[in-house]
Design a protein around this ligand. Structure first.
Ligand code: ATP
Ligand code: ATP
Ligand code: MG
Ligand code: MG
Length: 278
């Protein structure tokens, strides 16, 4: 940037680099999707096309940002997790959040017609906001992921019951809302089964669990190491990091609908959140 007498105004900018050795979550969320769902006539409670579009957009974002180790999405939101050692944009919060949110927005809009061929996208275009949150320990990051997946489950059970009462049970939205006030999960499961013949356990996993996206290195001895220990590149070694970047670009992008709250997923994929530090 050229120097001028006006250059001093740059000093008014606030530094916003995120602390080192923290996992960074960038969560994006669709703006005004309650309205957008009505405008494009999304199926209730779950429009499969809209979820597939979210997942397609997120896959491209994961491919484009090699520092993202895992992404988790549900409804109109996606969380992109940057490795604790990520150095992208010098870890500047605004750069990270806006770059992810705009990349996601561009993908969502550009891929729209593949998922909604009969409904051309019109203004106002869908947009997504984004924020960064730091988690200083892997355990807290795991709790963050569990929190979003539990939210997915709670909302989906509520919405599945609510929309069954309205669409199949002939209740008004207000009546259904009143009837569900104060109910617990067991009550909703019972309503679904006895009144609508729906066994919640048999509902599609994508609705109950949301979607996880990660780079899969199944059977990759280099990643998993002889001893089964996950191998991690040394962030201070340029050659190791460059090798790692190339390997990530070649990896298979896995898109799954699985339980992330229990240990099974993490035990089967130890390399996803592997670190140099203990
Ligand atoms: P960063 O991701 O850090 O922003 P950058 O490559 O985008 O990196 P900028 O400082 O934003 O870096 O600079 C933008 C570059 O694009 C400049 O070199 C500028 O000359 C060039 N550029 C921007 N708009 C035009 C234009 N309309 N025609 C020709 N060059 C342009
Ligand atoms: P804000 O701009 O504050 O985020 P919002 O209207 O987007 O407002 P959210 O809390 O993000 O509010 O809720 C998103 C809404 O979109 C929820 O009502 C959710 O059920 C709906 N929605 C998102 N994805 C789908 C889908 N695939 N099928 C049906 N409904 C969906
Ligand atoms: Mg929203
Ligand atoms: Mg939302």
């Amino acid at each position: 940037m050229a120097n001028s007498e006006f250059g001093y105004v740059r000093n008014f900018e606030q530094p916003d680099a995120l602390s080192l050795s923290n996992w960074i979550v960038v969560r994006i969320d669709g703006r005004g999707f309650t309205k957008l769902c009505k405008k494009y006539d999304f199926a209730k409670p779950n429009d499969r096309r809209a979820l597939d579009l979210m997942n397609a957009a997120a896959s491209e974002v994961v491919k484009a940002f090699v520092d993202v180790v895992l992404a988790y999405g549900q409804s109109d939101e996606y969380s992109f997790i940057f490795h604790e050692s990520a150095a992208l944009f010098d870890r500047r919060s605004a750069k990270l959040a806006t770059s992810i949110a705009t990349a996601f927005t561009a993908e969502y809009c550009m891929q729209w017609s593949s998922f909604f061929p009969d409904q051309p996208l019109v203004r106002p275009w869908p947009t997504f906001d984004g924020r960064c949150v730091c988690y200083p320990k892997r355990k807290i990051l795991r709790d963050y992921i569990s929190w979003r997946q539990a939210d997915c489950h709670i909302n989906n059970l509520y919405n599945t019951t609510f929309w069954s009462m309205v669409l199949k049970g002939g209740m008004s939205p207000t009546e259904a809302e009143h009837a569900l006030k104060g109910t617990v999960s067991a009550n909703k499961n019972e309503i679904l089964f006895s009144r609508f013949g729906i066994n919640y356990n048999n509902e599609p996993l994508i609705y109950k669990k949301g979607t996880v996206i990660y780079r899969s290195y199944e059977g990759d001895a280099v990643t998993n190491g002889e001893s089964g220990e996950a191998r991690v590149a040394d962030p201070t070694s340029k050659t190791q990091m460059e090798k790692e970047r190339k390997r990530k670009l070649k990896a298979v992008i896995a898109v799954e609908h699985v339980n992330l709250i229990g240990e099974a997923f993490w035990e089967a994929h130890p390399y996803v959140l592997a670190t140099k530090r203990k």
